[in-house]
Design a protein around this ligand. Structure first.
Ligand code: WTA
Length: 648
């Protein structure tokens, strides 16, 4: 833990939406009278039929329900577009900054509205209606936001699959949600290199399990030659041109689904996290406004990809619901060089900048000269998300990017939570580097011991949330039982986050990382079970165990212990082949950093793999293995230590 404290600066506090006194008063009201609080703040969005009920929630695993604003109706796209037209039709809604630094585009609210209406009509003409699923597999280009909002406009449920995922991973998600339409582009572009999205989509759709897809919509992006299936494929620009720009928004219930987003858990396949419309939009827009102290006219940039939840809530829905100008960046922080982020901040006069610790660490390694090249005087607020930020990276971000003038909001949340739950507010919260600090309005965190007893005071424990907030996920798509099992069964009557945390004497929360078998690689969530099942799917692999290993830039890297089938040779070629195999099965983000050949794995007599031991050996802490007496064959440990891959 870092000892430094950075008090709220007077300059920031003066103009801020929320100061200390206001935070205290609003927080108190939010937890003492959630009905009153969320009833009032529910009005921040436009309802077609106003709600009369606010909250209807039970966290009891035997009788679980989560409903917010349940008798209200609305349209999410109309909230993000139509309601801004009179006042800010000519204001920029989206600034697109291409991978190529010479490419950028400003899209006004009026223009975005028209694009969304046209594409919504095009989707309708393909037979897509309320409740139908549409998979979006696109790069970070405006068509991604247009596609999301077009679905929302007609009540269809979108499911975005990150463009870095492989055809296999895409196929699994398309199959699970039964998508009628898939939207992709000829290619993506990252750091000057093409990513063959259309080819990947073709491969995914040819999977025997994928039977639901009727149309593949293709955005022409790089102009690359691609294969074409006349019966199935349509060009995005052609269907948009042919469609009418007049598309009345479909009225949906507050609890109708808005999107499904697949995320990794500690067991099994990725699960489809389902978010609904009303509560999600209230929560995404409210957190966007207060956490980033968003003021009218601010230029706001979140560097995430729309393939992750951060892109959903804090590139598209939150900012657009607030009538903000949101920047979409197609590229990578290192292209053309390590000053790209800062060049983009200068070029577009960015006021609020939100990124991930892994990017900060990577850029920090390049030295200050890249930051100092750019004029960063427009910056006012900095943000961090995705993993714990180490105090060293925090201090660097604060000093060299923020020039000691910009508060850093370290925002803790999850795909499941829909929006930020624990975070500083710029005008209200004294900062401690490495701490996500205090709960947002309406959020009641608690720390439990392993038996489920609530701990008080300064302590470590399992982080749970005691009551619902409007942005909470409602179910796992197609598997409500799994939802209950995963989040409401470990401890009674609370939402279990899967994270551990420490609370200090000031009540500040310090997230210590996952307590389950989920790892966090460059801010991307990955189930060790997923990587293991990809490895054992290879014909030469008998068994695999995967653990996270500390990594300077990525936060955590992937360390795989692999047992080969009898007669297979453990060669360097095979090692490279397995890395390639995992990239094919899941995607490049799942590439193992280390593969260790393990003739045997440390198992208990009942056959359970002792991952604690594997984590220690991977971390090169083989002298701290603890009790190994319960192992069926303690001898395997010596072999693993001797052949460990991560030697310092
Ligand atoms: C981790 C991303 C520490 C945490 C929004 C969580 C963090 C998981 C932070 C969710 C933070 C996210 N400090 N850890 N500020 N933000 N995490 O679903 O372990 O991709 O459970 O959502 O990332 O990852 P997800």
């Amino acid at each position: 833990m870092s000892a430094n404290v950075y008090p709220v600066s007077n300059d920031i506090a003066k103009g801020a939406l929320i100061d200390k006194a206001k935070y205290d008063a609003m927080y108190k009201q939010s937890v003492e009278d959630p009905e009153g609080f969320w009833g009032e703040h529910g009005k921040r969005i436009d309802w077609i039929k106003p709600f009369t009920k606010v909250k209807n929630v039970s966290f009891d695993a035997k009788d679980l329900y989560i409903k917010w604003y349940e008798d209200g109706t609305l349209n999410v796209a109309a909230n993000c577009l139509d309601r801004h037209l009179a006042k800010r039709g000519d204001q920029t809604a989206i600034i697109f900054e291409g991978d190529d630094p010479s490419v950028s585009e400003h899209i006004t609210y009026k223009d975005l509205h028209e694009r969304v209406c046209r594409f919504a009509n095009a989707l309708k003409s393909m037979g897509v209606g309320k409740g139908d699923r549409v998979v979006i597999y696109l790069p970070m280009i405006p068509a991604a936001a247009v596609s999301m909002l077009a679905c929302a406009r007609i009540g269809a449920i979108h499911s975005i699959v990150f463009g870095g995922f492989s055809p296999e991973a895409l196929a699994g998600r398309v199959e699970d949600c039964g998508a009628k339409v898939v939207i992709t582009s000829d290619e993506g572009l990252r750091g000057g290199r093409g990513v063959p999205l259309k080819r990947n989509a073709d491969e995914a759709l040819s999977h025997p399990g994928v039977k639901s897809v009727e149309k593949l919509v293709v955005v022409k992006h790089t102009g690359k030659d691609i294969a074409w299936n006349d019966a199935r494929d349509v060009w995005y620009h052609e269907v948009c041109e042919a469609a009418s720009p007049d598309c009345p928004p479909t009225e949906v219930n507050a609890e109708d689904p808005l999107f499904v987003l697949y995320t990794s858990g500690s067991t099994g396949k990725p699960k489809g996290v389902l978010h609904t419309s009303g509560g999600y939009l209230v929560y995404a827009s409210m957190t966007h406004q207060y956490v980033f102290d968003y003021h009218e006219g601010d230029i706001y940039w979140c560097t995430a990809d729309v393939g992750w939840v951060t892109g959903h809530s804090y590139i598209v829905y939150g900012p657009l619901a607030n009538g903000a100008t949101t920047l979409m960046f197609e590229g990578v922080p290192s292209y053309p060089d390590a000053s790209r982020f800062w060049q983009v901040c200068e070029k577009h006069k960015v006021n609020i900048f939100y990124t991930a610790p892994t990017a900060i660490r990577a850029l920090m390694r390049e030295g200050e000269s890249f930051v100092n090249k750019a004029d960063l005087s427009s910056l006012r607020i900095l943000g961090s998300v995705g993993e714990p930020i180490n105090p060293e990276a925090w201090e660097w971000y604060h000093e060299h990017v923020g020039k000691r003038n910009c508060p850093i909001v370290d925002t803790w949340w999850q795909t499941e939570t829909g929006g930020i739950l624990i975070t500083p507010l710029p005008g209200a919260t004294d900062l401690k580097p490495g701490s996500a600090t205090l709960p947002f309005f309406g959020v009641e965190p608690a720390l439990l011991d392993n038996e489920g007893k609530e701990l008080t005071g300064a302590t470590d424990g399992n982080l749970v949330i005691k009551d619902s907030w409007p942005g909470q996920m409602r179910t796992v798509y197609g598997d409500h039982e799994r939802f209950i099992q995963t989040y409401f069964s470990t401890f009674a009557n609370v939402y279990t986050t899967g994270d551990g945390a420490r609370r200090d004497e000031d009540g500040y929360y310090w997230i210590t990382g996952r307590v389950d078998d989920v790892i966090n690689v460059s801010g991307h969530r990955m189930g060790t079970a997923e990587v293991e099942s990809a490895l054992v799917a290879h014909s030469k692999v008998a068994e695999a165990a995967v653990v996270g290993v500390p990594h300077d830039i990525k936060g955590q890297g992937i360390y795989a212990y692999v047992t080969l089938n009898a007669g297979e040779e453990p060669t360097d070629e095979l090692r490279a082949e397995l890395v390639k195999w995992v990239r094919k099965e899941i995607g490049p983000i799942a590439s193992p950093d280390y593969i260790q050949w393990s003739p045997g794995l440390p198992k208990t007599r009942s056959g359970k793999i002792m991952r604690r031991i594997l984590r220690k050996i991977a971390a090169n802490e083989y002298d701290q293995l603890g009790d190994t007496s319960t192992l069926a064959d303690p001898g395997v440990v010596d072999d693993l230590i001797e052949n460990r891959q991560n030697r310092k």
